[in-house]
Design a protein. Structure first.
Length: 276
């Protein structure tokens, strides 16, 4: 958080995106988790950015530098017509050399990353248990997303006077009202837990990575974390792990039924993840 005069309102800027997919079933409730095209984990993350304009300028300066480098001249993803690295950074589409430069840039920025992780195999077990108790229950992907929004923000309302929250667009539907409801529920959880009334105001909106550098940045953090979980590959995560203030693994119940909170003092590493 930036140092400001105590008389000035504290405004926090958050950028929220997902990694993996919330899909559990195909037709007739056939489980497809872990099959081709369906991830084993679903992660929702938020990035707190102290200086959004500075981050935008830094990423744009790097992109211009790369686009004028002869080494990348004939690379397809660097051509404007492809609508990939030439117009925005996106970890899945960027070349390894580009990823390294972006990760190093992000690692030097005043950023704080938070994430909630769900193991989708465990989710299937929970959905089936709920179906046995209530045959009419039907799993909905937005239900999972909104629950993780609640988890991400339920302990944050003491940190600022105003939140600017930018969500990455999901499809064509406008889910602003649903996200506002999830944030209201997070606020109520905070107030009930701490016995205080939050006066924090919130403005949310949806955008795309092409329009917003903060979403490009959170995409990189999420991609690195997803590689750790899905592929047991930690070299990307290790570059930015020092900025991961909290990763809540809800399904890592080896020691506690509610999961594990990984922090700077209790870091999430490949060794920890591999033992799951």
């Amino acid at each position: 958080m930036s140092n400001v005069d105590d008389s000035e309102p504290v405004v926090l800027h958050y950028y929220v995106d997902e990694s993996g997919d919330p899909t559990l079933f195909a037709r007739r409730r056939r489980p497809i988790v872990g099959q081709e095209g369906c991830s084993n984990y679903f992660i929702l993350g938020k990035l707190e950015v102290d200086e959004p304009d500075r981050l935008h300028q830094e990423l744009e300066t790097l992109r211009r530098e790369l686009l004028t480098d002869p080494y990348f001249r004939n690379v397809p993803s660097m051509q404007p017509a492809e609508q990939k690295t030439a117009v925005m950074f996106h970890a899945k589409d960027d070349l390894p050399e580009v990823r390294y430069r972006v990760l190093k840039l992000l690692a030097a920025q005043p950023l704080s990353f938070y994430a909630v992780v769900r193991d989708k195999h465990r989710l299937i077990e929970q959905v089936r248990a709920r179906n046995r108790a209530d045959p009419d229950y039907w799993y909905r992907e937005n239900e999972l997303y909104d629950e993780l929004v609640h988890q991400l923000f339920k302990s944050r309302f003491h940190r600022g006077d105003h939140f600017e929250i930018c969500f990455a667009k999901r499809g064509t539907s406008d889910r602003t009202a649903a996200l506002e409801l999830a944030l209201d529920q997070a606020r109520r959880t905070y107030e009930q837990t701490w016995g205080v009334q939050s006066k924090t105001t919130v403005r949310i909106w949806a955008s795309t990575p092409r329009q917003n550098a903060g979403l490009q940045a959170v995409d990189y953090f999420l991609w690195a974390l997803q590689r750790l979980y899905e592929r047991q590959e930690d070299r990307f995560w290790e570059v930015v792990r020092h900025q991961a203030k909290l990763v809540y693994d809800m399904d890592d119940t080896r020691t506690d039924a509610f999961g594990v909170y990984y922090t700077l003092a209790k870091p999430l590493t490949l060794e920890v993840c591999a033992k799951k």
